[in-house]
Design a binder for this molecule. Structure first.
Ligand SMILES: Cc1cc2nc3c(=O)[nH]c(=O)nc-3n(C[C@H](O)[C@H](O)[C@H](O)COP(=O)(O)OP(=O)(O)OC[C@H]3O[C@@H](n4cnc5c(N)ncnc54)[C@H](O)[C@@H]3O)c2cc1C
Length: 451
C-alpha cells in the first residue's frame, strides 16, 4: 500500500487547510485526508433543504483583514471565496432593537439598560485591567459573574452580560473568565491588553467580519479546488478507530479492517476521542488530560420565510431572560439571495443547549422566536433544526488546551480544541498555523508557513 508523506484525519476546515498547506509545501507533499462521514466540511458545510441552502449553524467569519484565515487564503488559495461585509450587530432587548454599543460613547447612549449599571460596568472594566496588572494569573480564574456580582446590577443588565458572554465564548458568564472576554491570550503582554481594552472602549468593532457568498461551504470548496493535481487523496466514509504505533512513533491509522501508513499523522477530530484510539500506548496522565476537554452543544433553527422580516444587513443578538442565554439571528439571504427561492428570506437562529431534552429545547426556541416576532409563525415555509457542536473545546475557566505535539512521535493535533485564540473558523485557522509551526520545528516541513 502507498505510504503517504502525511495523513490528515478529518476533512473539516482545520484538516483541509492543513492538507492544502502540506500539499503545496516542499515542492508538494502527498497527503491522504480521511473522513468518517460521506461528505467533507465538518461543521463548515452547507446543504439543501426544500430549495433553501442552510449552513451547519449560523456563521459570520471574523478577522478577515489580517487574521490567520486571511493569511492562509492569500498564500494558498487559487481562487478565494467572495465575502460580503457582515454589517452591523443589533441587540434586541426589553422590546427594543438597538445597534450594539461598541464604544464608550455608544454605551452611555445604550438607554435600554439603567444608566447606573452602564457606569458600573465601565468601572468593572477598569478594575479588571487593574487586577490583570497586579495579579495577571488571578484574572484568568475569575469568572465574569464573580467580577461583577458586587456591583448590584439589574436583572436586565445581568441577562445582557450573560448573552454576550455566550455569544463571544460559547460559555456562560459563570464559566468564562474576564480575561477571555477581552480576547487576551497572554497573561504577561500588558501592551496587548491595554490596546484590546482601548479597542473595546473606543473603536467600532466587527469591521473585518463577513459572510461568504454561496454559504460557508464555499470556503471548503475553494480549499479543495486549490489542491495541486494528484497531491491530495480524500477517503470518505472511513472512521479512524485505531492509531497505529511502532515503538514510540506513529505508523498509520486503521478503521479495524483497513490500514493507511505514514510517519506523519495530523488528527483534527475531537481530542477527547483520541485516548480510545491510542489505547495503552500513551501515558495515563496525557489520556486524562485529553478526556477532560469538554465541548458544548448548540441548536440552530433555520426558518424559510415567505416575507422579509429582517431588513438590515447584519445580525441580531437576542438577549435572553434569567432562564436562558438568548440567541443570535442571521438572515443569510440578505448577503446572498440565491440561498433561498426568489422572494423568500432564510434566517438562522443559534441557541445554546442547556437541557438534555432536545425536543423541549426546540419547543422553547420556537416560542422564543415567536415572542420576538409575534406574526412570524404565519410566514414560515421551511423549518430545519440542527444539533451541533460549535466549539470542540469551550473557553471555560481551567479548560485544558493540549499542545499540537503529542507523546507519540509523528502524531500531531489540529482543530478548535488545540488553540486558545479566538473562536470558530478563526480559531481553527490559528490552530492550523500553530500546528504547521510545530511541524516545521520538527523538520517535517521546510517551506515557510505564515506566522
Ligand atoms: C452552530 C454553529 C455556529 C457557528 N458559528 C460560527 C461563526 O459564526 N463563526 C465562525 O468562525 N465559526 C463558527 N462556528 C464554528 C466553526 O464552524 C468550527 O469551529 C469549525 O468549522 C471547526 O472546524 P474543525 O475542522 O476544527 O472541526 P470539524 O468541523 O468538527 O471537523 C472535524 C472533522 O473530522 C471528522 N472526524 C472526526 N473524527 C474522525 C475519525 N475518527 N475518523 C475520520 N474522521 C473523523 C469529522 O467528521 C469532521 O468532518 C460555528 C459552528 C456551529 C456548529
Amino acid at each position: 500500500m502507498k505510504k503517504y508523506d502525511a495523513i490528515v484525519v478529518g476533512a473539516g476546515i482545520s484538516g483541509l487547510l492543513t492538507a492544502l498547506v502540506l500539499s503545496k509545501s516542499d515542492g508538494g507533499k502527498d497527503v491522504l485526508v480521511i473522513e468518517k462521514e460521506n461528505h467533507i466540511g465538518g461543521v463548515c458545510r452547507s446543504y439543501n433543504v426544500d430549495g433553501y441552502t442552510v449552513d451547519t449553524g449560523p456563521h459570520i467569519i471574523t478577522r478577515l483583514k489580517d487574521g490567520p484565515l486571511k493569511k492562509l487564503m492569500i498564500k494558498y488559495l487559487d481562487t478565494p471565496p467572495v465575502f460580503k461585509p457582515h454589517g452591523k450587530y443589533y441587540v434586541k432587548i426589553n422590546g427594543s432593537t438597538k445597534e450594539f454599543p461598541w464604544t464608550v460613547a455608544d454605551w452611555i447612549q445604550f438607554n435600554v439598560l439603567p444608566l447606573r449599571d452602564r457606569i458600573s460596568l465601565i468601572r468593572a472594566l477598569f478594575s479588571a485591567l487593574g487586577t490583570s496588572m497586579v495579579a495577571p494569573k488571578k484574572i484568568t480564574k475569575v469568572s465574569v459573574y464573580d467580577h461583577i456580582k458586587n456591583y448590584d446590577l439589574s436583572d436586565s443588565t445581568l441577562n445582557f452580560v450573560n448573552t454576550i458572554a455566550h455569544f463571544l465564548t460559547g460559555a456562560s458568564m459563570h464559566e468564562v473568565s474576564v480575561f477571555r472576554i477581552f480576547g487576551w491570550s497572554d497573561t504577561k503582554n500588558m501592551q496587548k491588553k491595554v490596546s484590546s481594552l482601548v479597542n473595546f472602549l473606543f473603536r467600532e468593532g466587527a469591521g473585518d467580519q463577513a459572510y461568504p457568498m454561496g454559504g460557508i461551504k464555499s470556503i471548503v470548496d475553494s480549499i479543495v479546488r486549490s489542491f495541486p493535481e494528484g497531491r491530495v487523496d480524500i477517503k470518505k466514509s472511513f472512521e479512524v478507530k485505531k492509531i497505529l504505533i511502532e515503538g514510540d512513533s506513529i505508523k498509520g491509522v486503521s478503521d479495524g479492517k483497513n490500514e493507511y501508513y505514514s510517519d506523519t499523522v495530523i488528527y483534527s477530530g475531537f481530542v477527547s476521542e483520541l485516548p480510545k484510539m491510542l489505547g495503552d500506548d500513551i501515558p495515563a496522565e496525557y489520556a486524562n488530560k485529553l478526556n477532560n476537554v469538554t465541548n458544548i452543544l448548540s441548536l440552530t433553527v433555520w426558518l424559510g420565510l415567505k416575507k422579509k422580516y429582517f431588513k438590515n444587513v447584519g445580525s441580531e443578538i437576542l438577549v435572553g431572560d434569567s432562564n436562558g442565554a438568548g440567541a443570535w439571528a442571521i438572515p443569510i439571504t440578505n448577503y446572498d439571495q440565491s440561498l433561498a427561492p426568489p422572494g423568500r428570506q432564510l434566517v438562522g437562529f443559534g441557541f445554546m443547549i442547556d437541557d438534555a431534552d432536545i425536543e423541549s429545547v426546540k419547543k422553547r426556541a420556537m416560542e422564543f422566536i415567536c415572542r420576538h416576532w409575534p406574526s412570524i409563525e404565519n410566514d414560515i415555509e421551511m423549518v430545519h433544526y440542527q444539533v451541533l457542536v460549535p466549539e470542540k473545546s469551550v473557553n471555560r475557566i481551567n479548560q485544558v488546551i493540549p499542545s499540537h505535539r503529542t507523546p507519540v512521535r509523528g502524531l500531531y493535533l489540529v482543530g478548535t480544541d488545540t488553540s486558545k485564540a479566538s473562536m470558530g473558523i478563526t480559531r481553527a485557522s490559528y490552530s492550523v498555523v500553530e500546528c504547521l509551526k510545530t511541524l516545521k520545528e520538527d523538520g517535517k516541513i521546510q517551506s515557510d508557513v505564515p506566522m
